[in-house]
Design a binder for this molecule. Sequence first.
Ligand SMILES: [Zn+2]
Length: 448
Amino acid sequence: MRSIQLKKKLKIFYASLIFILILVDASFVVKIDNFKSFNEINNDLKYSNSSTKNSVILLIGDGMGYEHLKLARLVEVGNNNKFSMERLPLHLNVTTFSADNLITDSAAAATAMATGNKTNNGMLSISPLSEPLETILEISQEFGKSTGIITTTAITHATPAAFITHVKSRSNTTEISRQIVENSSVSIILGGGEDHFDSVQLMNLEANGYTLIENHSKLMSTDANNLFGLFAPNHLPYEISRDPDVIPSLLEMTVKTIEILSQDPEGFFLMVEGGRIDHASHANNKTNVALETIEFHYAVDAAISYAEEHDNVLLIVTADHETGGLTILNETLNDIIPSSNRTDEQNRLLRIERINNISVSWSTGSHTNLDVPFFGYRTDFYDLINLSVIDNTEIFDIMKDFISEGTDNEPDFSRIILIGVGITGFSIGGIAIIVTIKNKKHFKKKKN
Ligand SMILES: [Zn+2]
């Protein structure tokens, strides 16, 4: 009798085990399939090129409002065309106020984008209470990514400095250059500002592995990976007076830098600034505004081409603030626009002729509180679709999330949650079956 009862109990035990295994197996199939499709969708959106981690290219037109873009567009491609940045899938307006002023300066605006925090005008990636704020460039470095900073201003100027230094006052260029030399490990720095670095600092940079670059031909011919290029005593000359044989254009610096940084399998962060749009706007000089913005457009265009060919690149084009309160009033333009069929000199003269056929007004020689444009490529991973306005601090959030999501350095919490839910489900399912079988056995026994 005892052995028969034991066999029955064993049968029930085995039956329960098989049920549990079937349940567990089925659950695994469902859970893993769910996870696969969840991940596949994300991969399609963000990083289907698995050989390289996520990269971010942030392009900032300093002082570039909507009318600056319109002026440049009218000159370069005419009223019936758009710049490539204006065709990017996401377009939003950005608010730019700083912690202590409705009208920001470049230091506070760059801090907002670089760190996600509002600070006072004049401060570089440091809070109003003087606490240093971690920048997106530093976060990228922590994830093992290469980094680059390109500008047409001195590299100690507010926008580039906010990404690589933490300084109370933007006018303290001695401290800014000290931090650039001693603290930053940016892979590539290109711009102006020779006067802000002494020979000892330059020697230290070389000792730390940088190749120093002084002119166009050296930049174009170098095959080094760590570049420190200063091409002018302070800011680079305006496009109208730049000697192309000596000083590289913003486009050339951008292309060269992307070529180098994109070799890093861990991905990269690159900030490109069209820095002199702002200076031309302070001077209310429509010719320089148009030519500087056109040059910025070509740098953006090259970056877009790269991003379109690589699935793991987030590209954002924006401005730190508007300068000048520029308004286009009227134009008497014909259909003849600059083209590759003409020489550089013919195109240069044509641009200036077209600029002269556009009349504008300026409301100020300073910055304004006007919202600035945001054009985004591969921003579809981030929930921006129902927004029309974002704050400049949110640009940091978008970049940080993209950098974090494309890396193995952080645990994938979505996967952990799914597996956790799955295991809990198996356990509850298994217990439920055992209880059911046991109850059925009792019921049958009683009936008999
Ligand atoms: Zn300015």
